[in-house]
Write a protein that binds this ligand. Structure first.
Ligand SMILES: [Zn+2]
Length: 291
């Protein structure tokens, strides 16, 4: 009995030891497993990081190296003449060519409120040549004839709205009554306005001889370029009148753009020497024309 009891006790001890060893092994296994999880996992994450980063980098490179395509872009070119109040009720021609300073200011405010950025023709040519991407909606604001109110009314309003304009000056009319002076033009250039040419004498270029055609273009361009040491590369046909001969002479004189009085919005496919414009008047509602 005693032996049986002893044997039974020994068996119980053995069972207890085996159980203890089992639980110890299990505990060590869990500890090792826990250590592996804590140490190996982060190292995996670290190794995975570079494999996550490249796709981002590649997509970044893709967007940077992706060719710029502005082919579907349209640039509205606004055409103004006078920014003034017409007091004579019978002056219908004067009224048609005029926008009051108050309305002009509201039209500029509308452009700013709707995300438009006023650009130069130089920038527009770069955009259309796909050399430059654009963020804001582009617009070009032009003024024909170089009237005095370009300086006294148009420029202050443009500056107020952080916009810029292109002013086509008739070079022989500078200093004349109702027209800008040389000092006015200096101030306009200082304020980042662009000066373009509207010929020497505002003649009908389709009705003059080749020599006169040449001097109307070159004299205007060179006189402005010489007095102000600026490039003069934008031209506006007087009364919108041109033909092939006139257009070729404008190109030969070194102008890069020429605006017409054709109604429309400038597209990439358009001839840069036949740029259409939007005639602005007191009643023009930009929200009906632009988006
Ligand atoms: Zn004109």
């Amino acid at each position: 009995m005693t032996t049986f009891k002893r044997t039974s006790k020994t068996n119980q001890d053995d069972k207890f030891k085996r159980g203890l060893i089992f639980y110890l092994c299990a505990f060590i296994f869990i500890v090792i497993a826990a250590i592996l999880v804590l140490t190996v996992s982060p190292s995996r994450t670290k190794h995975q990081e570079p494999s996550i980063t490249p796709p981002n980098t590649i997509s970044g490179l893709d967007s940077e190296s992706k060719p710029i395509d502005n082919s579907s872009l349209e640039i509205p070119v606004l055409m103004y003449h006078y920014i003034r109040q017409v007091t004579d009720p019978n002056d219908s021609l004067g009224k048609n060519l005029s926008v009051t300073p108050e309305t002009f200011d509201k039209q500029l405010a509308w452009l700013k409120d709707h995300g438009y950025e006023a650009i130069t023709f130089d920038k527009a040519l770069d955009i259309f040549a796909n050399k430059e991407a654009i963020s804001n909606k582009p617009v070009i604001i032009t003024f024909d004839d170089g009237y005095k109110d370009a300086y006294t009314a148009a420029m202050p309003s443009l500056l107020k709205h952080n916009l810029t304009g292109i002013f086509y000056v008739i070079s022989a009319f500078i200093m004349r009554d109702q027209h800008v002076s040389f000092d006015d033009i200096s101030m306009m250039i200082e304020n980042k306005m662009t000066i373009g040419c509207h010929t020497l004498d505002h003649v009908d270029l389709t009705a003059v001889n080749p020599d006169r055609l040449q001097s109307e273009l070159v004299d205007c361009k060179e006189s402005l370029a010489n007095v102000y040491s600026i490039p003069v590369s934008d031209f506006s046909y007087p009364s919108g009148k041109y033909n092939d001969e006139v257009e070729n002479a404008v190109k030969a004189a070194g102008f890069k753009t020429a605006t017409t009085t054709h109604s429309g919005v400038w597209k990439q496919s358009d001839d840069p020497y036949q740029i259409p414009r939007i005639r602005m008047s007191e009643s023009t509602n930009l929200s009906n024309i632009l988006k």
